[in-house]
Design a protein around this ligand. Sequence first.
Ligand code: GRF
Length: 207
Amino acid sequence: MNSTVLGVLVSGRGSNLQAILDAINAGKINAKISVVISDKADTFALKRVAGLGIATAVIERKAFASKDQFEAALVAELKDHKVELVVLAGFMRLLGNKFISAYPGRVMNIHPALLPAFPGLNAQQQALDYGVKLSGCTVHFVDEGMDSGPIILQQAVPVESSDTEETLAARILEVEHILYPRAISLFCQRRLSLKNRQVVITDEKSE
Ligand code: GRF
């Protein structure tokens, strides 16, 4: 099976990008990253790929008159690099129809809570404020809503009474770095399909 071409969208630290790079290098994902796009200049995520032969681009929202134009520029950059799956890795913007319709069923995101609980910003603090005993992370396909697309994988972690936002975020992040590469790998093996809004994972095929 051909290796899948990934485009990764980031806004900051890029630890999930790093986990994906590491998994590709370890042969755990049959893919290559052709471009990393940041909506902010000077992100640590961009530094992580410097010198790796991966194209990078900074596309800032403020450079465009409208959200549609911004999204058209993102799509043009991704298409230029022949991207097949768009991976949002700490990309802090809600994407609209212009973008999603260019990559139907081919945009993934990771969220640091067990969706549909605690969508949006500060998910770890939302979980603490609510008092849940379990939280975790969710990899999902992206639709136009806020963290509302079909769920691919989830994993729970315990919430301790002594947790702060930082300690809970760190516990969840460790699991994110395992779960996101796994979900991307399933996509690359063509093992994900949609039945209504349910993501069906087919068994590994022996070839
Ligand atoms: C992660 O917690 C992810 O779940 C959320 O944004 C954060 C990104 O972290 N969507 P990083 O940039 O991958 O380190």
